[in-house]
Design a protein around this ligand. Structure first.
Ligand code: HEM
Length: 118
């Protein structure tokens, strides 16, 4: 179970890199009102949802450690909002700047929650 958790944590970081990286490489375009939801963001959002939920299952089933359910609920809610935004605006050229800033900002918010909330 511990090996599975480690693999999932690594994939969770890959998804985070994809989602945040997709936003960061476009900051200039977003500032100019030409930003779009790139596939890396869509794949990253889905990867975070799937690996996050599988992590919860692995930690619970393996009795690895106690998870804070409120923290997980907040992360899940934020990830769902991000996923809805990337799917709603993935075909818009350009996508509204507020939606792209929200995707980047909420991703950062979930990193802060993951690291600070212990
Ligand atoms: C944008 C979405 C997300 C981001 C940016 C994110 C970020 C992170 C980060 C940076 C960590 C590592 C924290 C550390 O080891 O100190 C982490 C771990 C974790 N995340 Fe997420 N996460 C996201 C979505 C989710 C979702 C949707 C869930 C579950 C519903 C989830 C559940 C977990 C769990 C269970 C851990 C592992 C805790 C551990 O092994 O210590 N995450 N997340």
């Amino acid at each position: 179970m511990e090996i599975l958790r480690l693999i999932l944590v690594i994939l969770h970081f890959v998804g985070l890199a994809s989602l945040l990286g997709g936003f960061l490489v476009q900051m200039k375009a977003i500032g100019a009102g030409r930003g779009t939801v790139v596939p890396a963001m869509v794949h990253g959002a889905l990867t975070q949802l799937v690996t996050g939920l599988l992590l919860v299952g692995t930690i619970e089933m393996g009795h690895l450690f106690e998870l804070d359910n409120v923290k997980i609920a907040v992360k899940l809610l934020v990830a769902i909002v991000i996923t809805v935004l990337v799917f709603v605006y993935r075909k818009k050229q350009p996508a509204p700047s507020w939606a792209l800033w929200a995707i980047g900002g909420l991703t950062l918010a979930n990193i802060v929650v993951a690291v600070v909330w212990r």
